[in-house]
Write a protein that binds this ligand. Structure first.
Ligand code: MF3
Ligand code: CO
Ligand code: CO
Length: 284
């Protein structure tokens, strides 16, 4: 968003006084608070909700077509076509040089898989489709796992428990809690399942840009890190490995992240808004 528009909204829709006071109070106590530019105002939140609706519809659309034998370029085509038809833009395309409109990450691919006609879905695969939608300049970012054909119980357990990690992370994302509370909840559950949490990548602020502050770690300690203030919009997107936490980046495309031990990895992502009462999932 350009600075003039931001200033106009800031003037017309300032951060409520009681929230400003509480932020100042916590800051005086030494807590880490977000910059005011990351506290979204009603106009911005409305814009993000609209982007979120399309983002959800895109992932629903993808879900209708996932099948054994299709290639990941076909997923890119579905996402690109559907997004355009709804007047929106796929954020990944040309982002930092990313060549496609969506990320498709299969089995031991942790994230940032690049769609290609050369990569087919096989019976028993698990795939993450990560889609970020821009509408009228506002961003919404979410991803889901899909099963391809008959998937083993072992892989299904990884996928379902990773979804549970996201749900627990969202439940911990209460106003005036901290980023550390989110990471604690996720890591605690993943470990109890015998899994490990990827620490090299994480969630992020989102809304006026693709990746804003803060970094949302999926491991953490209760009460540590930045305070969650009503109006913040962040993603929570745990990447959970069946084996060890270490990851490597593809040396050729410089994008795709794999588990180092080649174990399976799963991820689910939502964009959420911290509210005064709790939170709202923008990408439902
Ligand atoms: N959607 C990813 C995220 O959740 C980022 C993908 S960056 C891209 O943050 F360039 F690969 F699209
Ligand atoms: Co994403
Ligand atoms: Co994200």
């Amino acid at each position: 968003m350009d600075i003039e528009l931001w200033k106009k909204i800031d003037e017309e829709e300032p951060i409520p006084a009681h929230i400003q006071e509480k932020m100042a109070e916590l800051k005086a106590k030494g807590k880490i608070l977000p910059e005011e530019k990351y506290i979204k105002r009603p106009t911005m939140i409305e814009g993000m909700r609209k982007a979120g609706k399309i983002n959800t519809a895109v992932l629903d659309e993808v879900g209708k077509y996932i099948h054994v034998g299709m290639n990941t370029q076909e997923i890119d085509d579905i996402v690109s076509k559907f997004t355009k038809e709804h007047g929106a833009i796929c954020a990944p395309l040309h982002y930092d040089g990313f060549p496609k409109s969506v990320c498709t990450s299969i089995n031991e691919e942790v994230c940032h898989g690049i769609p290609t006609r050369l990569k087919k879905l096989h019976d028993g695969d698990i795939i993450n489709v990560d889609c970020t939608t821009i509408l009228d300049g506002y961003y919404a970012d979410a991803s889901r796992m899909f099963y391809v054909g008959n998937v083993s119980e072992e892989r299904k357990r990884l996928v379902e428990e990773t979804k549970k990690c996201l749900e627990l992370g969202i439940a911990a994302a209460q106003p005036w809690n901290t980023i550390g509370d989110i990471g604690y909840a996720i890591n605690n559950h993943a470990r109890s399942c015998g899994y490990s949490v990827v620490v090299d990548l994480g969630g992020h602020g989102v809304g006026l840009e693709f990746h804003e502050d803060p970094f949302v770690s999926h491991v953490g300690r209760k009460g540590e890190g930045m305070v969650l203030v009503p109006g913040m919009t962040i993603t929570i997107e745990p990447m959970i490995n069946a084996g060890r936490a270490s990851v490597v980046i593809d040396p050729i495309n410089d994008w795709t992240i794999y588990t180092k031990d080649k174990s399976d990895s799963a991820q689910w992502e939502h964009t959420i808004l911290i509210t005064e009462e709790g939170n709202e999932i923008i990408t439902y």
